[in-house]
Design a binder for this molecule. Structure first.
Ligand code: MG
Length: 244
Protein backbone atom coordinates (compact mmCIF):
# COMPACT_ATOMS: atom_id res chain seq x y z
CA UNK A 1 0.00 0.00 0.00
CA UNK A 2 1.08 3.56 -0.70
CA UNK A 3 2.36 5.63 2.18
CA UNK A 4 0.60 8.99 2.67
CA UNK A 5 3.25 10.87 0.66
CA UNK A 6 3.22 8.68 -2.44
CA UNK A 7 -0.58 8.42 -2.22
CA UNK A 8 -0.84 12.22 -2.24
CA UNK A 9 1.48 12.46 -5.26
CA UNK A 10 -0.58 9.85 -7.09
CA UNK A 11 -3.77 11.84 -6.41
CA UNK A 12 -2.01 14.95 -7.72
CA UNK A 13 -0.95 13.12 -10.89
CA UNK A 14 -4.52 11.95 -11.49
CA UNK A 15 -5.91 15.44 -10.93
CA UNK A 16 -3.36 17.10 -13.21
CA UNK A 17 -3.05 14.29 -15.74
CA UNK A 18 0.72 14.40 -15.64
CA UNK A 19 3.74 12.47 -14.39
CA UNK A 20 5.37 13.97 -11.30
CA UNK A 21 9.16 14.12 -11.10
CA UNK A 22 10.84 16.64 -8.83
CA UNK A 23 13.34 19.03 -10.41
CA UNK A 24 12.78 22.25 -8.44
CA UNK A 25 11.45 23.26 -5.06
CA UNK A 26 9.70 26.63 -4.81
CA UNK A 27 9.98 27.72 -1.22
CA UNK A 28 8.21 30.48 0.65
CA UNK A 29 10.33 32.41 3.17
CA UNK A 30 8.43 33.65 6.25
CA UNK A 31 7.16 30.80 8.37
CA UNK A 32 9.10 28.28 6.24
CA UNK A 33 12.76 29.30 6.08
CA UNK A 34 12.51 31.76 8.97
CA UNK A 35 10.61 31.74 12.24
CA UNK A 36 9.53 35.28 11.45
CA UNK A 37 5.75 35.24 11.29
CA UNK A 38 5.33 36.07 14.98
CA UNK A 39 7.20 39.32 14.31
CA UNK A 40 5.26 40.11 11.13
CA UNK A 41 1.95 39.49 12.90
CA UNK A 42 2.86 41.67 15.89
CA UNK A 43 4.23 44.44 13.65
CA UNK A 44 1.11 44.44 11.49
CA UNK A 45 -1.26 44.54 14.46
CA UNK A 46 0.59 47.39 16.20
CA UNK A 47 0.80 49.38 12.95
CA UNK A 48 -2.87 48.97 12.10
CA UNK A 49 -3.90 49.73 15.70
CA UNK A 50 -1.90 52.95 15.27
CA UNK A 51 -4.20 53.72 12.32
CA UNK A 52 -7.20 53.35 14.63
CA UNK A 53 -8.07 49.88 13.43
CA UNK A 54 -9.15 47.16 15.80
CA UNK A 55 -7.25 43.93 15.22
CA UNK A 56 -5.21 41.18 16.87
CA UNK A 57 -1.82 39.76 15.79
CA UNK A 58 -3.29 36.27 15.15
CA UNK A 59 -5.48 37.65 12.34
CA UNK A 60 -2.46 38.40 10.21
CA UNK A 61 -1.57 34.72 9.79
CA UNK A 62 -4.66 34.51 7.59
CA UNK A 63 -3.42 37.41 5.42
CA UNK A 64 0.13 36.12 5.10
CA UNK A 65 1.26 36.24 1.47
CA UNK A 66 -0.91 39.15 0.41
CA UNK A 67 0.80 42.31 -0.78
CA UNK A 68 1.07 45.04 1.86
CA UNK A 69 -1.48 47.13 0.00
CA UNK A 70 -3.99 44.29 -0.23
CA UNK A 71 -3.70 43.64 3.50
CA UNK A 72 -4.12 47.30 4.43
CA UNK A 73 -7.11 47.63 2.10
CA UNK A 74 -8.99 44.80 3.81
CA UNK A 75 -8.93 46.72 7.11
CA UNK A 76 -9.43 50.20 5.64
CA UNK A 77 -12.42 49.03 3.61
CA UNK A 78 -13.91 47.34 6.67
CA UNK A 79 -13.35 50.11 9.24
CA UNK A 80 -13.08 53.31 7.19
CA UNK A 81 -15.18 52.41 4.16
CA UNK A 82 -12.42 53.30 1.71
CA UNK A 83 -9.24 51.99 0.11
CA UNK A 84 -5.74 53.43 0.63
CA UNK A 85 -3.82 55.33 -2.03
CA UNK A 86 -0.20 54.57 -2.90
CA UNK A 87 1.19 57.29 -0.66
CA UNK A 88 -0.67 56.01 2.40
CA UNK A 89 0.34 52.46 1.52
CA UNK A 90 4.02 53.44 1.47
CA UNK A 91 3.74 55.27 4.78
CA UNK A 92 1.88 52.46 6.56
CA UNK A 93 4.04 49.69 5.08
CA UNK A 94 7.20 51.57 6.08
CA UNK A 95 5.91 51.78 9.64
CA UNK A 96 5.12 48.06 9.63
CA UNK A 97 8.61 47.29 8.28
CA UNK A 98 10.20 49.53 10.93
CA UNK A 99 8.38 47.67 13.69
CA UNK A 100 9.32 44.31 12.16
CA UNK A 101 13.02 45.19 12.02
CA UNK A 102 12.88 46.44 15.63
CA UNK A 103 12.19 42.86 16.79
CA UNK A 104 15.71 41.92 15.71
CA UNK A 105 16.75 39.13 13.39
CA UNK A 106 14.43 36.19 12.97
CA UNK A 107 16.02 32.78 13.44
CA UNK A 108 15.98 30.15 10.70
CA UNK A 109 13.03 27.79 11.17
CA UNK A 110 14.25 24.78 13.16
CA UNK A 111 15.07 21.97 10.72
CA UNK A 112 14.76 24.09 7.57
CA UNK A 113 18.50 24.40 6.87
CA UNK A 114 18.99 20.64 7.01
CA UNK A 115 15.95 20.12 4.77
CA UNK A 116 17.12 22.60 2.12
CA UNK A 117 20.64 21.11 2.19
CA UNK A 118 19.21 17.62 1.59
CA UNK A 119 17.15 18.90 -1.34
CA UNK A 120 20.12 20.70 -2.88
CA UNK A 121 22.40 17.67 -2.40
CA UNK A 122 19.87 15.60 -4.33
CA UNK A 123 20.41 17.89 -7.33
CA UNK A 124 17.05 19.68 -6.96
CA UNK A 125 17.00 23.41 -7.84
CA UNK A 126 15.66 25.80 -5.22
CA UNK A 127 13.70 28.98 -5.95
CA UNK A 128 12.64 31.45 -3.25
CA UNK A 129 9.06 32.72 -3.71
CA UNK A 130 8.08 35.32 -1.14
CA UNK A 131 5.64 38.21 -0.97
CA UNK A 132 8.05 39.85 1.44
CA UNK A 133 10.02 42.94 0.55
CA UNK A 134 11.86 42.84 3.84
CA UNK A 135 15.49 43.49 2.88
CA UNK A 136 16.70 42.46 6.34
CA UNK A 137 15.64 38.88 5.63
CA UNK A 138 16.39 38.76 1.91
CA UNK A 139 19.96 39.89 2.57
CA UNK A 140 20.33 37.21 5.22
CA UNK A 141 19.32 34.28 3.03
CA UNK A 142 22.81 33.59 1.67
CA UNK A 143 24.34 33.60 5.17
CA UNK A 144 21.74 31.21 6.61
CA UNK A 145 21.17 29.11 3.47
CA UNK A 146 24.58 29.21 1.74
CA UNK A 147 24.57 28.12 -1.89
CA UNK A 148 20.88 27.16 -1.86
CA UNK A 149 19.23 30.08 -3.66
CA UNK A 150 21.14 31.70 -6.51
CA UNK A 151 20.41 35.44 -6.97
CA UNK A 152 18.40 34.81 -10.16
CA UNK A 153 16.25 32.25 -8.41
CA UNK A 154 14.20 34.60 -6.25
CA UNK A 155 10.68 36.02 -6.59
CA UNK A 156 10.03 38.78 -4.06
CA UNK A 157 7.59 41.64 -3.41
CA UNK A 158 9.62 43.63 -5.93
CA UNK A 159 8.68 41.20 -8.74
CA UNK A 160 4.97 40.59 -8.22
CA UNK A 161 1.91 42.72 -8.90
CA UNK A 162 -0.91 40.62 -7.51
CA UNK A 163 0.80 38.51 -4.87
CA UNK A 164 -0.63 35.42 -3.19
CA UNK A 165 -3.30 33.93 -3.30
CA UNK A 166 -3.01 34.69 -7.03
CA UNK A 167 -0.96 32.09 -8.92
CA UNK A 168 1.38 34.85 -10.19
CA UNK A 169 4.28 34.45 -7.70
CA UNK A 170 4.51 30.68 -8.17
CA UNK A 171 4.09 30.93 -11.97
CA UNK A 172 7.07 33.31 -11.90
CA UNK A 173 8.87 30.82 -9.67
CA UNK A 174 8.33 28.06 -12.25
CA UNK A 175 9.76 30.33 -14.93
CA UNK A 176 12.81 31.21 -12.83
CA UNK A 177 13.34 27.54 -12.00
CA UNK A 178 12.90 26.57 -15.65
CA UNK A 179 10.41 23.83 -14.82
CA UNK A 180 6.87 22.71 -15.60
CA UNK A 181 4.29 22.49 -12.76
CA UNK A 182 4.58 18.68 -12.61
CA UNK A 183 8.33 18.95 -11.93
CA UNK A 184 8.06 21.22 -8.92
CA UNK A 185 6.95 21.29 -5.31
CA UNK A 186 5.70 24.34 -3.44
CA UNK A 187 6.71 24.59 0.21
CA UNK A 188 4.36 26.85 2.19
CA UNK A 189 3.08 27.58 5.69
CA UNK A 190 0.19 29.96 4.91
CA UNK A 191 -3.32 29.28 3.57
CA UNK A 192 -3.05 32.00 0.89
CA UNK A 193 0.36 30.70 -0.15
CA UNK A 194 -1.08 27.20 -0.46
CA UNK A 195 -3.90 28.58 -2.61
CA UNK A 196 -1.34 30.27 -4.85
CA UNK A 197 0.69 27.08 -5.25
CA UNK A 198 -2.38 25.02 -6.08
CA UNK A 199 -3.63 27.70 -8.51
CA UNK A 200 -0.27 27.46 -10.30
CA UNK A 201 -0.90 23.71 -10.74
CA UNK A 202 1.96 22.64 -8.46
CA UNK A 203 2.10 19.84 -5.85
CA UNK A 204 1.83 21.90 -2.65
CA UNK A 205 3.31 20.84 0.66
CA UNK A 206 2.34 22.79 3.78
CA UNK A 207 4.26 22.88 7.04
CA UNK A 208 2.03 24.22 9.80
CA UNK A 209 4.51 26.32 11.75
CA UNK A 210 1.97 28.85 13.05
CA UNK A 211 -1.13 29.00 15.27
CA UNK A 212 -3.74 28.15 12.59
CA UNK A 213 -5.46 24.74 12.60
CA UNK A 214 -4.26 22.19 9.99
CA UNK A 215 -7.74 22.48 8.45
CA UNK A 216 -6.92 26.02 7.27
CA UNK A 217 -4.15 24.55 5.09
CA UNK A 218 -6.08 21.47 3.98
CA UNK A 219 -9.08 23.58 2.99
CA UNK A 220 -6.77 25.88 1.01
CA UNK A 221 -5.90 22.79 -1.05
CA UNK A 222 -2.59 21.56 0.40
CA UNK A 223 -1.63 18.13 -0.96
CA UNK A 224 0.21 17.31 2.26
CA UNK A 225 0.33 19.00 5.69
CA UNK A 226 3.21 18.41 8.12
CA UNK A 227 3.37 19.68 11.73
CA UNK A 228 7.02 20.75 11.49
CA UNK A 229 10.19 20.63 9.37
CA UNK A 230 11.52 17.52 11.10
CA UNK A 231 8.42 15.56 10.02
CA UNK A 232 8.83 16.74 6.44
CA UNK A 233 12.55 15.91 6.52
CA UNK A 234 11.75 12.30 7.43
CA UNK A 235 9.55 12.01 4.30
CA UNK A 236 11.39 14.22 1.80
CA UNK A 237 13.20 11.33 0.08
CA UNK A 238 9.79 9.90 -0.88
CA UNK A 239 9.16 13.08 -2.85
CA UNK A 240 12.69 13.37 -4.25
CA UNK A 241 12.84 9.77 -5.50
CA UNK A 242 9.28 9.52 -6.86
CA UNK A 243 9.40 8.38 -10.53
CA UNK A 244 13.18 8.33 -10.39
MG1 MG B 1 5.02 32.07 4.70
Amino acid sequence: MDNPVTAAIRRYEERRGCRFRLEAILSDMDGVLYDSMKYHAAAWAATMQGEGIECRPEEFYMHEGRTGKATINIYFTRDKGREVDDEETSRIYAEKARRFVAFGKADPMPGAQRLMRRIKDAGIRAVLVTGSGQRSLLDKIEADYPGIFTPGAMVTAFDVKKGKPDAEPYLMGLKKGGVAPCNAVVLENAPLGVEAGVAAGIFTVAVNTGPLPDAALTEAGADLVFPDMASLYRQIDQIITYNR
